[in-house]
Design a protein around this ligand. Structure first.
Ligand code: HCA
Ligand code: CU
Length: 465
């Protein structure tokens, strides 16, 4: 399959309610998208506002392998501005459904075709590459859509885009539509699928299967209303289920997602595929036991593919295998009957939804008694990761941490967690209280704690050249 992705986080994505990116943020997103390897990036619609215009100016100067496109109405002013800005591709859109003609433009079909032809010709005269989008294509009468497509191609459009503007398609119907248009045109087709029924990824795939060359996506599926096809979902499906060979760096997907989560302020649900917090977490005892033997038993694809890690959550659903594995990671061995006691204790506390390493150690401490105490010293050292709800909290949380007696060092870091603290507590109970207090602090979205089993100080001699 010969496919391409066009990321429109900077245009469609910024049309998400409550979202506005700064130029710096747009540059960072564009750089990372380019590193990921999307084939096209839509930079914005310069006519929207002075700041979008400025952002496009800044983005044009960014060197990318991805081809750049800007959004434009079928108006000479928008098209000329694209050329003036030096953007190679213009994405001209024009609503073609009866609803658009009647309520947006108050014109008839003949006039619509004239405007479409004029707009494409105007862009070609300016040496622009043109993608023409028949906005609301999926609700445009079929014969008229085909006429529009023919006129756009004849006027010189290089690509023709079929957006499901209000997301009303089912995959089968959309596939048939794309197939029919592609039979009439020689130029490559694009699809742009909105997610109003939650079918954006399925419809994009149906469009590509039916012969479209490219699908529009946004990071985290941002966009008007319920957004459009999410980059991560489509890229993974294309790679893994359709075996496409594009050199996309899938391992950058979590970073892209986190970057946009942070800069857009639109938080992901935990169970979001691929990039969500729970995407690689196993819970039920039967699942975890199997996964510990062979992860493929309950994983669609390995988390390493997107540079993430498998997690096993301990809860009332937990069985012996998960407890044994978790304790073993901490260097603690327990007999089967001891494991059973620990599991029984965990299962007896259904109101506790999740048991952290520290909780587990506390229970193991009771069950194993002296055996464990011999291993875990009076002092407990841990690394605590804190994910903050917004970067705005970073300074406040960091300052607060530095002021706490148990905290030895604090780091601000990139990635899923924003702040990391090295903590030394007097006991497991002390550590637990400490974490509990952090968890309810302003701006702290979640914490995760790993106990330090061994520390290695670098001695002076190893610095020698
Ligand atoms: C819009 C509508 C649009 C356009 C798509 C495109 C759609 O917000 O202007 O021009 O490629 O969904 O039809 O996003
Ligand atoms: Cu759209």
């Amino acid at each position: 399959m010969n496919v391409e992705l066009l990321d429109t986080t900077l245009r469609e994505g910024e049309q998400t309610p409550n979202v506005s990116f700064t130029l710096e943020q747009k540059l960072e997103i564009a750089r990372l998208l380019d590193e990921f390897g999307v084939e096209f990036i839509e930079l914005g619609h310069p006519a929207v506002s002075p700041d979008v215009h400025q952002a496009v100016e800044g983005l044009v100067r960014l060197e990318t392998r991805a081809q750049k496109l800007v959004h434009a109405r079928a108006l000479p002013a928008d098209i000329k501005e694209t050329a003036r800005l030096g953007v190679p591709w213009v994405g001209i859109f024009f609503g073609t459904s009866a609803l658009s003609l009647a309520h947006k433009f108050h014109i008839d079909r003949t006039e619509a075709l004239r405007r479409i032809r004029d707009a494409v010709c105007c862009a070609k005269d300016l040496d622009l590459k043109v993608r023409f989008t028949a906005e609301d294509a999926t609700r445009t009468e079929r014969d008229f859509l085909l006429e529009v497509a023919g006129v756009a191609q004849e006027a010189g459009a290089d690509r023709f885009s079929i957006p499901d503007t209000v997301g009303t398609m089912s995959p089968r119907v959309f596939g048939e539509l794309v197939h029919q248009v592609s039979a009439e045109l020689a130029i490559p087709l694009h699809v742009h699928c909105h997610n109003d029924y939650g079918l954006a990824a399925a419809n994009a795939l149906a469009g590509l299967e039916a012969g479209a060359r490219l699908a529009d996506v946004t990071i985290n599926g941002l966009g008007e209303r319920s957004g459009i096809t999410a980059l991560a979902e489509l890229a993974l499906a294309l790679k893994m289920l359709y075996q496409v060979e594009n050199p996309w760096k899938l391992e950058l997907l979590p970073r892209l997602s986190r970057l946009v989560e942070r800069t857009s302020g639109v938080l992901l649900s935990e169970n979001r595929p691929i990039v969500g917090l729970y995407a690689f977490t196993h819970k039920a005892g039967l699942h975890t036991r199997a996964v510990l033997q062979d992860p493929r038993t309950y994983e669609a694809f390995p988390p390493e593919l997107v540079r993430r890690q498998r997690q096993i959550t301990l809860s009332k659903y937990t069985g012996r295998a998960a407890v044994r594995a978790r304790l073993a990671e901490m260097g603690i061995e327990a007999q089967t009957d001891q494991l059973d006691q620990i599991v029984t204790e965990i299962k007896s506390r259904p109101q506790k939804r999740h048991f952290s390493d520290v909780d587990l150690l506390e229970i193991a401490d009771d069950v194993l008694g002296l055996e464990l105490r011999a291993r875990v010293p009076l002092q407990v050292e841990a690394i605590v990761h804190l994910a903050l709800s917004s970067a705005l909290y970073t300074t406040r949380v960091t300052r607060r941490l530095i002021g706490l007696a148990q905290v030895k060092e604090v780091y601000e870091i990139t990635g899923d967690e924003d702040v990391v603290a090295h903590v030394v507590a007097g006991s497991i109970a002390d550590l637990n209280d400490f974490i509990e207090e952090l968890r309810v602090s302003d701006g702290v979205e979640r914490t995760s704690t790993r106990l330090i089993l061994k520390g290695y100080a670098k001695d002076e001699s190893s610095n020698a050249v």
